[in-house]
Design a protein around this ligand. Sequence first.
Ligand SMILES: Cc1ncc(COP(=O)(O)O)c(C=O)c1O
Length: 378
Amino acid sequence: MTPKHHLETRAAHLEPSQVAAEISPLLRTSTTYRRDSNNQLMDPANVYGRDQNDTVRQAEAVLAQMESAAAALLWPSGMAAISAVFRILPIGSRIVVQSGIYWGTTFWVRQFCEEQGHELVEVDAANGSDLDRISAFDPALVFVETPSNPWLKVVDIADMRRRFPNAYLVVDSTAATPALTRPLELGADLVVHSATKALNGHSDVIAGVTLTAQLDDRWARLAQHRATGGAIIGPFEAWLLLRSLRTFPLRLGAMCDNALRLATYLLNHPLVEDVFYPGLPSSPYHAIATQQMQGGYGYLMSVLVRGDRQTALDVLGRLQVFQRATSLGGVESLVEHRHTIEPHTGIPENLLRLSIGIEHIDDLIADMDHALRGHSDA
Ligand SMILES: Cc1ncc(COP(=O)(O)O)c(C=O)c1O
């Protein structure tokens, strides 16, 4: 098997990293490794389990190949991965972060930058004239999330590279995944994912991953930060992730197909005001999404229900196939009223964020239709 094989084929076989004769991945749980009678390590690659575990390494190798990365590091959550990227910056750095992204990131970054004396500018990175306004800023780090959660804005990664040639360009690609977009091929330096979402896809692992274009000094600092700071993923979580990665391209394909069909249906629904989904020609980000994303537009969308906050909450309450829960990227469809979570960020009160799973599309459409029309017997 080589990188020339399709993603589906490499994922099913866990290429490039299947290390033993077993067809399925091994779960290695040892926290430490033997030395011989001369005090020599029996396996020089393995000293102590905090930073050295072959199950974790195998998952990292599979992810690195999927993303066209030089290397990958797994972290115990998406936020651990994201926060590590900011922690390696010198005190008082200039930072640009996209506005209106995952609220957990914005919240953490604002607090961290204040504590560390970093100069933080938040900008709508999907809007050229907003970016023009900070053209003289010369940041050390630029952090974008595309498509963004929950606004579904798509950032032109190659354009960001052109605008900020000296910055460490970091892309949170959780909502795209390596099946749809490979930011490193478009000029990004680093990709992060919440692997909790579609990469694992079964809502049973919290994990994050950083993936680098080059084995440079910043990558070495990140690796050292993990090794000495101790923010590691457990081998069982890495093993569950490996298991899930074997079906990731198939799951993602089904989720994207469902999402496009549901978004198209909802946009034409009389009880829906608008749908934010980059796969819709009505989206202001459709052209750049079509250029930058291959094989689909993702599994995440936001729907503005025609009506007020209570109308949206009533629709939410009537859904029976969609589960009411936070998070995204699982095989099951989830719905969340984001205004309940982040009332102060300008999220419309009638917005429902949907994560689309692998159920039959007719069941998803029927569930939405009945919930919108006020029937509870769907
Ligand atoms: C786009 C995005 N990035 C990062 C995260 C954080 O990931 P985790 O929950 O694995 O820490 C989330 C969580 O919802 C997310 O949606």
